[in-house]
Design a binder for this molecule. Structure first.
Ligand code: UN1
Length: 496
């Protein structure tokens, strides 16, 4: 079970050890006896080598026709299809979420690959008529150079794919630092780039900690864009690191997503949605349903039924197909979640869970019980703060308007949903809830790659991942004017 394979960094098309000579162990959070592998504990010198490789590869890649770049990306997506099961199983071992979810994670990377491959043949610009005679004008996208990516552990291959594929199709080169807890998924991704014949240096990976790898990576002036997914605290540091030279950054951060259940809702559906939204991925999604706002007329029935269902959730090793919920990703994540459970017990009414799951095999992992708090009000920390674990809360609203206000009354703005059979209410909520993602009669999780992913307020800095909007992040516009009149034509002057 515990083969201690040593995995290396991927720099300039080669698998190389860190110049630090140091490594770290990555263990299965469902069973810490299971050693996934030993990874490079990289440093500033490794980051420097990776950025140099990406910089050297840039001209060759930028000048490769975009349809050809798209074809290579298509090949990579096909390889992901071939390797889907292997990648997903390794992902469950290193991250803990259940196998049907890791298959979904890999599928999201496949979807993104096929989508962005097509962009190689689109990447549309515009032409518009000039004010002047015999003058032509158009806008074209241009790549930016070396893009750095700092990715999280909760979607170990999907989120790297949201960043890498659009960056590459636009003609940029890449250095990625995967999350410390989930390097193997990104490493498998690198193997695919190698097997598909991407030129050396076009994609590079350096493993290690945020301090030793992420810091120098985000600070290097040769990096033209930093794409980061993680906490709002770290996102703010990324933003400050990029600000002095006006380097771009794309930040995708916290959420405190709410599901509003109205008195006319299909309660069975709303219940299923809340369970999946709150406890899917052990609540470790930025889009997780960590608040359920229930209309006062149904709150009692809804609460009873939600608690009854949550108690039936089977925890365990995610490779066991009968398991519903895996562990927290790490000991420190588990401890954060346990702290919030204690905070919740002081502030609100504990309805189920509230502890670490112990006994038998559970002791070998970081399992936290599905936990629901009732009587939660807006002033409470568990209403306001992102927990990122198996905890959700129930808040009562008196009316539809009150429900909308409660959905909006947090610093984050990633995702929200409404369950109602009233089409007028559905459209009003769709308009008035200020989030980047909104669902009608569906949970707060489950975004697809063809639409923009991201949030308002403290969730982001105005950018979106996925969809055609991703191209806005990874390219810059150039306006081109071609004057074929043979004379000087002064804009705004000679034509008036
Ligand atoms: C995240 O929550 O961190 O929309 C990403 C979803 C997934 C992606 C979630 N497709 O739930």
């Amino acid at each position: 079970m515990s083969e201690s394979k040593v995995y290396k960094n991927y720099i300039n098309g080669e698998w190389v050890e860190s110049s630090s000579g140091q490594t770290y162990e990555n263990r299965n959070p469902a069973n810490t006896d299971d050693l996934i592998g030993v990874f490079q504990k990289s440093n500033e010198k490794d980051v420097d080598a990776a950025i140099s490789a990406a910089e050297n590869a840039y001209d060759g890649w930028r000048l490769t026709p975009a349809p050809k770049r798209g074809e290579l990306i298509f090949k990579a997506a096909q390889k992901l299809v071939e390797k889907k099961e292997m990648i997903s199983r390794d992902m469950t071992r290193e991250m803990g979420k259940v196998i049907k979810e890791t298959r979904g994670d890999t599928q999201e990377a496949i979807d993104m690959g096929f989508y962005m491959a097509g962009e190689g043949r689109r990447m549309f610009g515009e032409t518009t008529p000039s004010e002047m005679p015999n003058k032509f004008q158009m806008s074209v996208r241009q790549p930016m150079g070396v893009c750095a990516m700092i990715t999280p552990w909760n979607f170990p291959i999907a989120i790297p794919s949201w960043k890498i594929f659009p960056a590459l199709v636009c003609g940029n080169t890449v250095v990625i630092k995967p999350a410390t807890y989930t390097p193997l998924s990104v490493l498998h991704f690198m193997e695919i780039f190698e097997e598909c014949g991407f030129p050396p240096g076009v994609v590079n990976m350096v493993t290690g900690s945020g301090g030793a790898v992420g810091e120098p990576l985000m600070r290097d002036p040769r990096v033209k864009l930093v794409s980061f997914t993680g906490s709002s605290e770290v996102g703010s540091l990324v933003s400050q690191a990029c600000a002095p030279e006006f380097r771009h950054c794309m930040l995708e951060m916290g959420g405190k997503n709410g599901q509003l259940v109205m008195d006319d809702a299909d309660l069975d559906l709303a219940l299923e949605g809340a369970l999946w939204g709150a406890f899917g991925t052990t609540g470790q999604r930025c889009t997780a349903t960590s608040r359920v706002i229930c209309h006062k007329d149904i709150v009692k029935e809804f609460t009873e039924r939600l608690v009854e269902q949550a108690k039936k959730i089977k925890m365990g090793d995610g490779l066991d197909e009968s398991v519903d919920m895996g562990p927290a990703v790490s000991e420190s994540q588990m401890n954060t979640v346990l702290e919030y459970m204690e905070i919740g017990k002081k502030e609100a009414k504990l309805l189920c869970g509230g502890e670490r799951q112990t006994g038998g095999n559970y002791d070998k992992g970081y399992f936290t019980q599905p936990t629901i708090f009732g009587d939660v009000t807006e002033d409470m920390r568990i209403f306001q703060e992102e927990i990122f674990g198996s905890v959700t809360s129930i808040t009562t609203c008196d009316s539809f308007e009150d429900g909308i206000n409660k959905l909006n009354n947090v610093v984050y703005g990633l995702s929200a949903s409404v369950y109602t059979r009233d089409v007028n209410k559905a459209f009003t909520a769709m308009r008035d809830v200020y989030t980047g993602i909104f669902y009608v009669n569906a949970p707060t999780i489950g975004a697809e790659i063809s639409l923009p992913f991201g949030g308002t307020k403290a969730t982001g800095n105005g950018h979106r991942e996925a969809g055609k909007q991703a191209l806005e992040v990874f390219s810059e516009w150039k306006a081109v004017y071609v004057d074929f009149s043979g004379a000087l034509q002064r804009a705004q002057i000679d034509n008036n």
